[in-house]
Design a protein around this ligand. Structure first.
Ligand code: 5RP
Length: 260
């Protein structure tokens, strides 16, 4: 890995423990103004001190994020789909590498839809993005998207997606936690972070999820809804951070939910 690529990666995955707490706020690119992201700046303000990096689109970056913010970000460059459209899997690259460099992104993020009618399109786009990323020293995060088919989230399918993403050159992969998650991580030669998915029933469920993922080899989280849709968003991110960077147990982390 060249210096620039390495340096960007080390801003995202902290070298002191090789772990990462990323806050995903990119959902609007296909879901529109979902609950608690109507005003992204307001939602993330109290969460910033506990966040290693943001994941977002250029629109939210330019309009809602202070240029003085000293925090790296992963730029969502894929989309062209919407929750109202015929196929969530129909994504392409809408934001150029030149734009990612101009905005000072630390990585670009792209969703792949393995096993769908748009598998080939999204995988070829990922390959092209990695080619450009190699040229400019820009890491590529591949997101193993499942669209509305949440039931797809098992180790066999996610293991397939993560491995394909790594084989095509992605520097890191974002996927979902699942039973036998260890198998997914062990067969993926690049760092794996987990998404939280739709809001779980309880805060403890989200902490359990993050804890299990870290125990089974994830290098961190790139979570959104289970943090900022929580009525105790600050407590949630503090607790998640303790699990990721402090190796806290679920019980220890849960104490931070109460310390507002
Ligand atoms: C959307 C994304 C989101 O960033 C991702 O799903 C993380 O957010 P959440 O924890 O809310 O699932 O990549 O495609």
């Amino acid at each position: 890995m060249d210096w620039g690529m390495k340096n960007r990666m080390s801003r995202l995955i902290k070298p002191k423990d090789n772990r990462a707490v990323w806050l995903a706020i990119d959902h609007g690119y296909f879901l529109g103004p979902i609950s608690k992201l109507e005003d992204p700046a307001r939602t993330i303000k109290p969460l910033i001190p506990y966040t290693d990096a943001l994941m977002l689109t250029r629109g939210v970056l330019r309009n809602c994020i202070d240029t003085g913010l000293d925090m790296p970000f992963l730029l969502r460059v894929s989309g062209g789909n919407s929750i109202a459209g015929p196929a969530l899997s129909n994504e392409g690259v809408h934001t150029s590498m030149e734009e990612a460099l101009r905005l000072n992104a630390s990585a670009v993020a792209f969703s792949i839809y393995v096993g769908t009618e748009h598998e080939h399109q999204t995988l070829m786009c990922l390959g092209s993005l990695v080619n450009e990323g190699q040229r400019y020293g820009m890491p590529v995060l591949a997101v193993t998207a499942v669209g509305k088919e949440l039931e797809k989230r098992d180790a066999r399918y996610l293991g397939l997606c993560c491995r394909i993403a790594a084989e095509l050159g992605a520097q890191a992969v974002k996927t979902y936690y699942c039973d036998d998650f260890e198998k997914v991580v062990k067969s993926c030669p690049v760092p794996v972070v987990i998404a939280g998915g739709p809001k779980l029933n309880t805060a403890m469920d989200a902490l359990e999820l993050a804890h299990s993922a870290i125990q089974q080899g994830a290098c961190g989280v790139d979570m959104g809804r289970n943090i900022w849709q929580s009525p105790n968003a600050v407590g949630m991110i503090k607790a998640i951070r303790a699990i990721v960077h402090g190796n806290a147990s679920v019980k220890e982390a849960a104490k931070l939910l109460k310390a507002r």
